[in-house]
Each structure stands twice: as structure tokens, then as C-alpha cells.
Design a protein around this ligand. Structure first.
Ligand SMILES: [Zn+2]
Length: 417
């Protein structure tokens, strides 16, 4: 439970609590739910909901539309007692979460509205240079975008290719990112008075973990009670989600599933351990199986192996072997964690779609017998490339959509243009 979801004791607290609940419901519903549906979902009195919606609209947090903003024209808006009910949606001057997907060789920057609508603003490949240089480039772009959106920016989420502990990249892929404090290098997000700066906090998370969070909120794992998500790139990461909330461990660095010896290997891994699953089931494993060098853009080359599997018997054999290793690891993790469904993104989704029989063979081989009659479904991602970015934006909205977060949202007349 969130800290500020505890008992509200005064009527002002109750009102702040209900405003945050309603706004979270608008966010969670992606701006598709009518006021009547939200009122029912939150068990509010109709009059109370009306007052709350009016206040949120007055503060430019939402705008009530006649029909959902992104709905096809032929969708009929439900009516209550003969009158149309409005659809609380993102206000055109409402809050914006900036999100960054940081990779070894590139970054993407996007803006998310309250209802989750995403606009990609910048994509930049890394030119020859250091990881420090990439972060400097990100900081410059963020500064420009924060200025562009002015007081609307309520925070910045950053997905990074490293386990994150207390905001630091603790075992990144690039050596010069080691122990980098993401918020500190991208503008602290802390104002001079020690409170959150006007543009809100900067929140970092592991990219695979955030991809899973995004699937639970807006993708294929939505509504799944206990979900396991696996993202395969050069490495394998992910997250266990219980009731939509990520289980990220005591320090925030759980979910390093690729660094478990799930497929019986014994070779040394870059992480310091031996026999790691990702050596067999990640991009490196696929390239090694296909007899290709594990250098350069490994993801791109691994995708080329998958694409060639239809015509090249060597690539087909390599894909089958690695897809089976992927399945074996998934079975072992399902034995341990008993999820209702397993989400797959990155190469995991691509391998499953290209070689479903091989993945399933490995999966069923390692599942305990009593689980085999109804194995948890394997669900390829619906968010794809936007997964980590979307998860990063959810970190920001999780912090903002609380009584405390909303308290920092200025009334329109106080906002500086
Ligand atoms: Zn490892």
C-alpha cells in the first residue's frame, strides 16, 4: 500500500485522497472510461464524483470529453439515464512525464500524457565516444524538452541497461557508467530548498524491469494477478509482478533472471557468476550457436539470425537450440514462482514467434508434472520497443498521482508560462 493511501482523517485529506484515486483511475483506464464508469469503479457517490471532476478540470489536470480521445469514430459513448456521461481525459495543458530509454549505443526520449499517450521526441544513436558522452547528450535534450513543456513536466523516468540500486547503475554494460547516480548526472530533480524541483523527480529503473511494469499496466499482462515478465536482449532481465506491483527486492535490483544457472552450463559470465542462463538463451547464445562473432550490434545480428532461420538450415538449427534453452529457463522460473502468465519481450518475443514449438518443448520439459496440464500462457509483448519507455513513465506517474505529488501541481494562475 502506498504511504499516503493510509487513513485520511480530515475532510481536506479525504478530498486529496479521492482526487488522487480518481486521477489514478483515469490514468489506469487510459482515458477510455466515462465518468459513470470511474464513479462505479471507485465506489464514489455521484455528487462526489461530479465535484472531484470539476476540481481536477479547474486545476487543468483533466479535461472532460464527449467521447474517448483515441476511440474510433463508431464507438458509442455509454449513456446514463438518458444523458451522456463525459470521459475524463488528459488536459491539453496537463501533466507530462518525460521518459528516457537509455541503451549502450543510443537513447530515446518521449513525453507521456496522463492517459499514457506517448509522443517520441528524440532518438539519437551514439556517435563514437564514451558512455559519459551519451549521458551528457541526454541531459542536454532533457533540458530542452523541460523548457519546451514548462511547468507541465512532473518528473522524468529513465530506463537503464543495468541493475539499479538506490538510483545507481551498479553493474552496467559500459564501464564508465559504473556506479553512476542517474538523477545526479541528468539534473538532480531536487530544488534548492531540498524539495522536488519544479520539473519533478528523476527516477531510474532497470530497462527489463520497466518493460514488465509497462506490460502489467498497459500491455499483455494487464489484469494478471501474478505475472512473470522476461525481456531478452544481450542479457535477460525481467520482473515478477504481484497485483500489478513489481517485486524489485530489498535494493531494487531483483529480476536478474539471466544470471541464474538454469540450463546447466558452467562457463564464466561477465557478471562474475558461472553457467548463467543468458549465455545460452540471450543474443550472445544465439550468435554463438549460429557460428557468428559475438561482436558489434548483437541484437541486430541476433535478429538477422532469427529472420534467416526460414531459409538457412544453420540459422534454423541455432534458433531451435536457443529457443529450447529459453523455454527450459522459463519452466524453471515458473516452478519457482507460480505465475498466472509469462510476458515475453525483446528477443524472447521474437524467438517465441519464430520457433514456438522449440520454446514450448523446453518449457514443458522443465515444468513440474503437475503444472503441465495447464501451463501458464506465454504472451508476447504488445508494447514492443515502447515497453521500457512506458514503464519509465509509469514510475513518474506513480510518484505524481498521490496526494503529496498532486499538492505540488500548481493551480493554473500560479503557473509560469
Ligand atoms: Zn551472469
Amino acid at each position: 500500500m502506498r504511504k499516503d493511501e493510509g487513513a485520511a482523517t480530515t475532510s481536506a485529506e479525504l478530498r486529496a485522497h479521492n482526487l488522487a484515486r480518481l486521477l489514478r483511475a483515469v490514468h489506469g483506464g487510459g482515458g477510455q472510461l466515462t465518468r459513470a464508469e470511474l464513479t462505479r469503479q471507485l465506489s464514489l457517490a455521484r455528487g462526489t464524483a461530479t465535484v472531484l471532476v470539476r476540481e481536477l478540470a479547474g486545476r487543468q489536470l483533466i479535461e472532460e470529453l464527449a467521447s474517448p480521445a483515441d476511440a474510433p469514430a463508431d464507438i458509442k459513448v455509454p449513456r446514463t439515464r438518458g444523458r451522456p456521461t463525459g470521459v475524463p481525459s488528459a488536459h491539453p495543458q496537463g501533466p507530462v512525464a518525460l521518459a528516457v530509454d537509455l541503451r549502450d549505443d543510443s537513447f530515446t526520449l518521449a513525453a507521456f500524457e496522463l492517459t499514457g499517450r506517448c509522443t517520441v521526441l528524440d532518438r539519437q544513436e551514439r556517435e563514437a565516444g564514451s558512455g559519459t558522452g551519451v549521458l551528457a547528450d541526454v541531459a542536454v535534450r532533457l533540458k530542452i524538452r523541460r523548457r519546451q513543456f514548462g511547468g507541465r513536466v512532473v518528473g522524468t523516468g529513465v530506463a537503464v541497461p543495468s541493475p539499479v540500486s538506490a538510483g545507481q547503475m551498479v553493474q552496467p554494460t559500459l564501464p564508465d557508467w559504473q556506479d553512476v547516480d542517474v538523477a545526479a548526472v541528468l539534473g538532480s530533480g531536487i530544488g534548492e530548498d531540498g524539495m522536488a524541483a519544479e520539473e519533478g523527480p528523476i527516477l531510474a529503473g532497470n530497462d527489463a524491469t520497466l518493460a514488465g511494469l509497462a506490460e502489467a499496466r498497459r500491455g499483455v499482462l494487464r489484469g494478471v494477478s501474478v505475472a512473470l515478465h522476461l525481456h531478452v536482449a544481450t542479457g535477460i532481465g525481467g520482473v515478477l509482478l504481484s497485483g500489478g506491483l513489481p517485486v524489485t527486492g530489498a535494493h531494487g535490483s531483483a529480476g536478474e533472471f539471466g544470471h541464474m544457472p538454469l540450463t546447466g552450463g558452467s562457463g564464466p559470465c561477465r557478471c562474475g557468476s558461472v553457467g548463467c542462463w543468458e549465455l545460452d538463451a540471450g543474443a550472445r547464445g544465439l550468435l554463438r550457436a549460429a557460428g557468428q562473432p559475438e561482436e558489434g550490434d548483437r541484437m541486430l545480428h541476433a535478429e538477422q539470425v532469427i529472420a534467416a532461420a526460414g531459409t538457412d538450415p544453420g540459422c534454423a538449427q541455432a534458433l531451435a537450440r536457443v529457443a529450447e534453452s529459453l523455454g527450459r529457463g522459463i519452466g524453471a522460473l515458473v516452478n519457482a514462482q507460480d505465475p498466472e502468465a509469462v510476458g515475453l519481450s525483446g528477443l524472447a518475443a521474437e524467438m517465441y514467434q519464430a520457433a514456438p514449438a522449440a520454446v514450448r518443448a523446453g518449457y514443458l520439459a522443465t515444468l513440474m508434472r503437475f503444472r503441465r496440464s495447464e501451463p501458464p500462457a506465454l504472451l508476447p509483448s504488445t508494447l514492443g520497443e515502447l515497453g521500457a519507455l512506458t514503464g519509465a513513465s509509469e514510475l513518474v506517474f506513480d510518484a505524481f498521482l498521490t496526494p503529496r505529488g498532486l499538492g505540488a501541481w500548481p493551480a493554473p494562475e500560479q503557473k509560469t508560462a
